[in-house]
Ligand binder design. Structure first.
Ligand code: CMP
Length: 139
C-alpha cells in the first residue's frame, strides 16, 4: 500500500553548482512538504552502505566515489502518493530519457551525476530515510 513519504538526496555536483535552492523550490512547488532535511558529506564507505543493493553492479565503485565527492542534501518528503509522484517529478534515471520539466532534465549531466535520488518503493523510502534520520517517527 502506498504511504505518504519518500526520501531524496540532492547529489554532489548539483549541490556544488548551486542548484539546491532551485531543486528544493521545484519539490515544494510540486506539493511536497519537507519533513526532514540535512546537508552532509558521506565517506565512500557510507555511500557504499547506502547503495549496497547495487554492490554487484559495474557502476558501484564509481557511484560511491562520486557520492562521497562533496556535500549532499538528504531529505524526507511528504505528499499523498509520494514515491510515485516524486519519481515523476525527477524523471528517468538517465537524463537523456528524462521528460521535459523534470528535475533531471534540467539539472542532471549523466546517468551517474543525475542531480537527485528518489526512493523506488515505500519500503526503501523508510529504509533510506532512517539511514540519515534515525528518529524519523519524531518528524
Ligand atoms: P539513483 O536513483 O541514486 O540510484 C542508483 C544510482 O546509480 C542512480 O541513481 C545513478 O546515479 C547510478 N547509476 C550509474 N550507472 C547506472 C546504471 N547503468 N543504471 C542505473 N543506475 C546507474
Amino acid at each position: 500500500m502506498a504511504t505518504n513519504r519518500t526520501f531524496t538526496m540532492i547529489k554532489p555536483d548539483a549541490v556544488a553548482e548551486g542548484h539546491s535552492g532551485a531543486i528544493l523550490k521545484m519539490i515544494e512547488a510540486a506539493g511536497f512538504r519537507i519533513v526532514a532535511l540535512k546537508m552532509v558529506r558521506l565517506t565512500k564507505e557510507r555511500a557504499g552502505q547506502f547503495y549496497a543493493v547495487h554492490q554487484e553492479r559495474p557502476f558501484y565503485d564509481s557511484l560511491c566515489t562520486y557520492m562521497s565527492s562533496g556535500q549532499i542534501i538528504a531529505a524526507i518528503l511528504e505528499k499523498k502518493n509520494a514515491v510515485a509522484d516524486f519519481r515523476t517529478l525527477i524523471g528517468a534515471t538517465n537524463p537523456a530519457d528524462a521528460a521535459e520539466g523534470t528535475i533531471r532534465k534540467m539539472y542532471a549531466k549523466s546517468m551517474e551525476s543525475n542531480a537527485v535520488h528518489g526512493s523506488d518503493s515505500d519500503e526503501n523510502a523508510q529504509i533510506e530515510g532512517s539511514f540519515y534520520f534515525a528518529d524519523t517517527e519524531k518528524f
